[in-house]
Design a protein around this ligand. Structure first.
Ligand code: SF4
Length: 114
């Protein structure tokens, strides 16, 4: 089974107003729905924190401590497709930083659930 890391927007998840990361990304990964082409095992799940500088090192730390290099990294839909968007960085730019640092493919968005 494909192993994936999911990164969510902490400013949204921790606000208490939106999805607190409770099920949407996890359901989409488990069932292979949304942007997951197949049922996938989530081996890391953590949040970005403004202004986004922690994402790359935290992903590196997750891989180091878990001793698992995922097959792909997914930005949650709240991170990749929010309106209005992130005021600090474009998801595409952050994805490129991860791809350059790790060689891992980054998928923008996880699901279309409401
Ligand atoms: S930097 Fe952007 S993506 Fe990261 S937590 Fe803040 S608003 Fe969300």
């Amino acid at each position: 089974m494909k192993q994936v890391a999911v990164i969510g927007c902490g400013a949204y998840i921790n606000s208490g107003y939106g999805c607190p990361g409770e099920w949407r990304c996890l359901k989409a990964a488990a069932l292979g729905e949304g942007t997951f082409n197949e049922p996938s095992q989530v081996v890391a799940f953590f949040t970005c924190e403004c202004p986004g500088r922690t994402v790359v090192p935290n992903l590196g730390m997750a891989m180091k401590l878990s001793q698992i290099k995922p097959d792909a990294v997914y930005f949650s839909s709240c991170m990749a497709k929010s309106k209005p968007g992130c005021p600090y960085t474009k998801p595409e730019d952050l994805a490129k930083m991860i791809e350059n640092a790790t060689g891992l493919q980054v998928v923008l968005g996880t699901h279309d659930y409401h």
